[in-house]
Ligand binder design. Structure first.
Ligand code: 5AD
Ligand code: SF4
Length: 433
């Protein structure tokens, strides 16, 4: 009989893919069916994120809940970024946990499950050529890793300490994964890496790769069955002309660009060690708008980084206005262990940081309210991928806007033209035309 697996995934798309990899690996040895009910699970895995403090704090109370609910024989494992950074401490604080597997060690999941108190959090382990088993939760959109780790040393970020140095996955592996997924019906390929447009700088063994990110995008776009390509996350520093040119001119590349700004103040960017200035960011964003006017630009912003003055914050607000981001993900700075910013003493108090976050989000809502009505009557190509309640079905435009129409599951996996009748901030409602 199949075993039951309860798998909770937190964090970014990389983690979502790591979870798929673990499911595939487990199923190589014996069958595991996914369950949403931890009390019937034989195996409970928490795939964690440590980018901000909150989810880390919640981890131990969550493990406590699982211990209470679980079957006596069920094992609990902690994987992912928090596993990498806390390691052995997890066993000490939660003795019921039977294995701890780092974000760069997920290929060892079957070993972890079958060994008592298994611990592997080696961030120098090279999984870049590991041939993972096959499992995809979404048949329409195939997540594919193109690199592991991150070479940047942003002062606020724990990721280089949990995922290790950056290594690009050989393009032959990526291409064959994309071909296979596309032949099985995934019209959209979603390339993943901490720093995708740095692709090819280093492959396993330390050598330079044979192709850069622009060339990789072009190669994947030649697969007939692939209709859409997305990627996350690119770094503003590596948005050179060749990349912007490839992005703008290739019709299969979705017109949605994530440009993580973090701060609009050159001084704060310097102390964050982002490697670009406010001017560089604005120039790249303007060039992108010029070359590809239909592109929607999203961003990540941190407020309250140590030393951020009112003037620095105003710089961030101004860049937001000037670029007119279609979407923002905004966060209050959270000091993370192992990072250089954690040593900084010029802390912004929590109240100021909260009020800046609120101000930023309110200003962005005003921006969105100006942008959204423009989509009325516009026709977008929508790739349908999700059934919603009340007979609605949802999909995405190339710009990554969510569109909902009345329709049945016949639309799933299809790309159709939709005319927008009722545009709202987060969802554009429309009709297939
Ligand atoms: N505090 C707040 N936000 C952070 N991020 C990364 N590290 C921190 C931190 N220490 C945000 C960045 C990044 C996104 C994934 O999370 O904006 O782009
Ligand atoms: Fe993803 Fe970063 Fe969170 Fe790790 S710490 S799960 S890489 S967002």
């Amino acid at each position: 009989m199949a075993k039951k697996l309860f798998l909770k995934t937190l964090g970014c798309a990389m983690n979502v893919r790591d979870s798929e990899h673990m499911i595939a690996e487990l199923n190589r040895i014996e069958r595991y069916d996914l369950t949403q009910d931890e009390s019937e699970a034989d195996l409970i895995i928490i795939n964690t994120c440590s980018v901000r403090e909150k989810p880390v704090n919640k981890l131990f109370s969550e493990i406590g809940q699982f211990v209470k609910q679980k079957k006596k024989s069920a094992k609990i494992g902690v994987c992912g970024c928090t596993a990498s950074h806390l390691g052995d401490e997890i066993f000490k604080r939660a003795p019921e946990v039977s294995f701890v597997l780092g974000a760069r060690n997920v290929s060892k999941i079957t070993q972890a499950v079958s060994t008592d108190k298994f611990l592997d959090i080696n961030i120098n382990y090279d999984e870049s050529k590991y041939a993972f088993g096959e499992f995809r939760q979404n048949p329409y959109k195939a997540y594919i890793n193109i690199s592991i780790g991150c070479d940047k040393k942003c002062a606020f970020c724990i990721v280089p300490h949990t995922r290790g140095d950056e290594i690009s996955i050989p393009h032959e592996i990526i291409l064959s994964e994309a071909e296979k997924a596309a032949k099985e019906g995934a019209k959209e390929i979603f390339l993943l890496g901490q720093n995708v447009n740095n692709y090819g700088r280093r492959v396993g063994g330390g050598k330079r790769g044979e192709m850069n990110f622009s060339q990789l995008l072009t190669l994947i776009s030649k697969i007939d069955e692939v209709k859409r390509i997305r990627f996350t996350s690119p770094h503003p520093l590596h948005m050179d002309d060749e990349f912007l040119e490839t992005f703008s001119s290739n019709p299969k590349i979705c017109k949605s660009m994530h440009m993580p700004l973090q701060s609009g103040s050159t001084q704060i960017l310097k102390s964050m060690r982002r490697g670009y200035t406010k001017e560089w960011f604005l120039e790249r964003a303007q060039k992108l708008r010029q070359m590809s006017p239909d592109t929607a630009i999203s961003t990540d912003i941190i407020v309250g980084f140590p030393g951020e003055s009112e003037e620095d914050f105003e710089d961030t607000m101004n860049v937001m206005e000037e670029v007119g981001f279609e979407q923002i993900f905004s966060f209050k700075y959270s000091a993370r262990p192992l990072t250089s910013a954690a040593q900084m003493t010029n802390i912004v108090d929590a109240k100021t940081a909260s009020s800046r976050l609120k101000k930023l989000q309110e200003r962005h809502a005003v921006l969105l309210d100006k942008m959204t009505p423009r989509y009325k009557e516009r026709v977008f190509e929508v790739y349908f991928e999700e059934l919603r309640e009340n007979g609605m079905i949802a999909g995405r435009t190339s710009q990554n806007f969510t569109v909902c129409v009345n329709g049945s599951e016949d639309l799933l996996g299809k790309i159709k033209n939709v005319k927008i009748t009722r545009p709202q901030r987060l969802i554009l409602y429309g009709q297939v035309v």
